[in-house]
Design a binder for this molecule. Structure first.
Ligand code: PHE
Length: 343
């Protein structure tokens, strides 16, 4: 009987002095004092030999031993895990080359946008932003496209729930109306952004794409200013030597035109791009219709202006010689990384 309390004292001393130095040694410690067949469990069988008046003391000592083994185990386990995280104790080669890191690249659409923005910023245009969820007023009515106007058919609109009031903008032109309404003249802005058209009918089309809008309003702005500005842009952007303005129609400009740049037909690629004509269509433009100025609270007797709008995707296809527009939207990094630093 005295023997068993002596054994307990010995185990207490063992637990206190145990110093597992590695995770493997700690596991040994756990098996010995806390495992399913640990030493303490074996001693419980001796309980029946302990006189009744010392049974309580026996139980207390057993609990105390178990607690101290558990506490030591928990402490050392935490220490070894922290060491493993910090790499301490391992052989570290400080001269080993680092893991290579994949660095992303700018999307070709953003590259083209940034290039266009840069060209216009150099001549005093400022970038502005507008909402993609628009009202009928800004997208159509303010832009001189009333409800029964046939031009609404030109742009198949995604309407949002609850009627015809809210829609996804079909072009960046509503930004014109929003800026004009602000009334800070003169205005010289470009508005890049995403636009939406319901073109599910045509398999080759996409329901969302990007445009950049330009707007310049001041006293005495003329068609000659429009032409010169666009020629500067065509030279900077495409290295074009010549542009041509073909009469066209947009509800918000009068007169309206489409701008082509001269590529010629010398190369097979240019022949294909221009369908044998040598001219490539780039954008729509015109003098802001006085009705639009009035809709937005600008005195059309005093002010005139020009506006232009162009799609981005087609220009990216041309600049980077990409064969299929869908590649621009699939976001396959093997494709996208090819354009790193291209322009
Ligand atoms: N908003 C027209 C379109 O989407 C482009 C345009 C903008 C034309 C500004 C003239 C002036 O086709």
């Amino acid at each position: 009987m005295a023997d068993i309390f002596g054994q307990l004292n010995q185990i207490r001393a063992e637990i206190q002095s145990a110093a597992p130095g590695s995770p493997a040694e700690l596991e040994q410690f756990r098996i010995q004092y806390l495992g399913s067949k640990n030493i303490l469990k074996g001693l419980f069988a001796e309980m029946k030999n302990v006189p009744n008046e010392r049974k309580k003391e026996f139980g207390q000592i057993m609990n105390e031993l178990k607690d101290s083994a558990e506490a030591k185990f928990a402490l050392l386990k935490e220490k070894f895990e922290a060491d493993a995280d910090s790499g301490a104790g391992e052989n570290i080669d400080l001269f080993a080359p680092g893991e290579p890191m994949q660095i992303g690249s700018i999307h070709p659409i953003s590259m083209v946008m940034n290039k266009i923005i840069g060209i216009f910023e150099r001549i005093g245009f400022t970038v502005v932003d507008g909402p993609e969820i628009e009202t009928d007023w800004y997208n159509f009515t303010a832009m001189n496209t009333p409800e029964d106007h046939p031009a609404r058919d030109m742009q198949d609109t995604f309407y949002l729930k609850g009627g015809m009031e809210w829609l996804l903008r079909t072009h960046t032109s509503p930004v014109q109306a929003r800026i004009m309404e602000g009334g800070n003249l003169p205005i010289r802005i470009i508005a890049p952004g995403r636009v939406y058209r319901n073109e599910t009918i045509s398999t080759r089309s996409h329901c969302q794409f990007h445009q950049i809008e330009g707007l310049y309003i001041d006293e005495n702005v003329s068609f000659a200013d429009l032409k010169q500005t666009l020629f500067y842009f065509a030279k900077e952007m495409f290295g074009a030597s010549e542009i041509r303005l073909r009469p066209s129609f947009f509800p918000f400009t009068e007169p309206s035109a489409e701008m082509d740049i001269w590529l010629g037909t010398d190369t097979e690629k240019n022949y294909r791009l221009t369908k044998g004509t040598g001219w490539l269509e780039i954008l729509g433009c015109g003098m802001v219709d006085p009705k639009v100025l009035e809709n937005c609270g600008i005195d059309a007797e005093r002010y005139t202006g020009f506006a232009f709008g162009m799609g981005i995707e087609r220009q990216a296809l041309r600049l980077f010689e990409i064969g299929d527009i869908r590649l621009l939207f699939e976001n396959d990094v093997r494709f996208l990384s090819q354009f790193k630093g291209a322009i």
